[in-house]
Design a protein around this ligand. Structure first.
Ligand code: HEM
Length: 479
């Protein structure tokens, strides 16, 4: 009897589970499928890539937003994607549901920079890297680098005196040298020329066809990458032998108790140079342009910087900048913010949905790319009135939440933002107090590749102020 009762309970439990499973299946499958966001997918495979890149990409995005609203679908670079441009949607993708959207890059870029680099990863490994990178780039980590940054800024500006130069190329040299300083400290100076030679070959292949045959750009790039990793290994070896702590990114990677492999360290160093150099150089180039087009803003920045020089002279302090000085630059800092907004050099970023995701009644299918459109958020009149106008004073009032995100947001947001602002501020201090410059040639074109840049990298001529405006000779009254 007991046996029959047990069997009865067993079978009725199995039956109940089966029934429940069928009911769940019935209700979920009969639920109406969510619609995809509005928009068009263009031609098979090529999608709308041609429309995007045959014109200013911002025209493509702005016309889509106007037509379909802040969420729409498209198909670019061989991938179906959903583009989003409301602050709430961007927060959803980058912050609150970040685990549903993984970072994604073309496989060739991953091979070139190294698949262990921070931006390609998620989860525990990413969190560990992020802690180590942040440790080197927080205000505490970079405070003591101000005087080194200052001497690099001075050398850079001096090297431009009187010459016709491509601002972007020159700023890339400046930001490269700062990147080396923050990664390798003194060792960066020692190996600077070799690191520069290899990195410059590596970057040439960055946008090339990923064909790894002798003689191709991609092949040369991969070889340069190997050589870079060997230089890093050499520096690692000599630091291990000396057993000394270093206050730089390499020191932070080496000090980690859990231990990163040499390969992981090399991938992340190449990755940080890549993330740090062209971004900051583009922003600096735009600042040169905006300041030359807005004389009253240039005047205000110059006065603010001259006041810092004067106060040092009055107190009999050394003429070198300190971290505290860089915090006394409210006008300069608003100019940097406004440049980051107007230029929006990273117009968007890429993520990929790791599962089907519902957002505001729309389906974002698993495997589709999701593009938060930073530039459209920065140029929406709802977030920034008269958005095309360069007006640093708008930052006297803090922007609304999630509307100003030049450094991204959430788990992959930029860990180098403090360093970027510091190196820009220091260069602006010396630029505005000692130099004047004039833009040469056409001034309105913009080139894209991959960052938005003034046409031809903004050719300028730079003069020492006292040379450019010779003081008029005193008129000696005749008797
Ligand atoms: C003005 C200059 C810069 C701008 C506008 C900028 C912007 C950004 C943005 C928007 C992201 C997030 C991308 C995404 O979510 O997909 C990012 C990530 C990153 N940036 Fe920057 N950046 C700048 C300078 C720097 C500097 C100077 C460094 C290094 C010292 C740096 C290191 C990084 C790294 C390592 C990441 C990846 C973080 C992660 O995946 O967790 N950036 N940057």
């Amino acid at each position: 009897m007991e046996f029959i009762t047990s069997m009865f309970y067993l079978f009725s439990s199995i039956f109940f589970i089966f029934l429940l499973h069928s009911l769940i299946k019935f209700f979920t499958s009969s639920r109406p499928k969510l619609p995809l966001p509005p928009g068009t997918l263009g031609w098979p495979y090529i999608g709308e890539t041609f429309q995007l890149y045959s014109q200013n990409p911002n025209v493509f995005f702005a016309s889509k937003v106007k037509r379909y609203g802040s969420i729409f679908k498209s198909h670019i670079l061989g991938c179906p994607c959903v583009m989003i441009s409301s602050p709430e949607a961007v927060k959803f993708v980058l912050v609150t549901r970040a685990h549903l959207f993984k970072p994604t890059f073309p496989a060739s870029k991953e091979r070139m920079l190294g698949k262990e680099a921070i931006f390609f990863n998620q989860g525990a490994y990413h969190a560990k890297l992020r802690k180590l990178v942040l440790r080197a780039f927080t205000p505490e980590g970079i405070k003591n680098k101000v005087s080194n940054i200052e001497s690099i800024a001075n050398d850079s500006l001096q090297s431009l005196e009187g010459r016709l130069v491509n601002t972007y190329q020159e700023m890339k040299t400046y930001t490269f040298n700062i990147a080396l300083l923050s990664i390798f400290g003194e060792d960066g100076v020692l190996y600077r020329e070799d690191l520069k030679r290899c990195y410059y070959i590596l970057e040439k292949g960055y946008n090339s066809m990923p064909i790894n045959l002798p003689g191709t750009l991609f092949n040369k790039s991969m070889k340069a990458r190997k050589e870079l990793a060997e230089i890093v290994a050499k520096i690692l070896l000599s630091r291990r032998q000396m057993k000394k702590d270093h206050n730089d990114l390499l020191g932070s990677f080496m000090g980690d108790k859990e231990g990163l492999t040499d390969q992981q360290i090399a991938d992340n160093i190449i990755g940080v140079i890549f993330a740090a150099r062209d971004t900051t150089a583009s922003v600096l180039t735009w600042i040169f342009k905006y300041l030359s087009e807005n004389p009253s803003v240039l005047q205000a920045v110059t006065e603010e910087q001259e006041a810092i020089v004067r106060s040092k002279e009055e107190c009999g302090e050394e003429k070198v900048l300190t971290w505290a000085d860089t915090k006394k630059m409210p006008i300069t800092s608003k100019v940097i913010q406004e440049t980051l907004r107007v230029a929006s050099i990273l117009s968007f970023t890429f993520r990929e949905a790791v599962e089907d995701v519902e957002y505001e009644g729309y389906l974002i299918p698993k495997g589709w790319k999701v593009l938060p459109l930073f530039r459209n958020i920065h140029h929406s009149p709802e977030n920034f009135p008269d958005p095309e106008k360069f007006d640093p004073s708008r930052f006297e009032v803090a922007p609304k939440a999630n509307t100003f995100i030049p450094f991204g947001n959430g788990t992959h947001s930029c860990p180098g933002n403090e360093l970027a602002k510091l190196e820009i501020s220091v260069l602006l201090h010396h630029l505005t107090t000692k130099y004047r410059w004039s833009v040469v040639g056409a001034q309105n074109g913009i080139q894209y590749g991959p960052f938005a840049l003034p046409q031809n990298g903004l050719p300028i001529r730079l003069f020492l102020k006292k040379e450019a405006t010779p003081t008029p000779k005193k008129l000696v009254p005749t008797v």
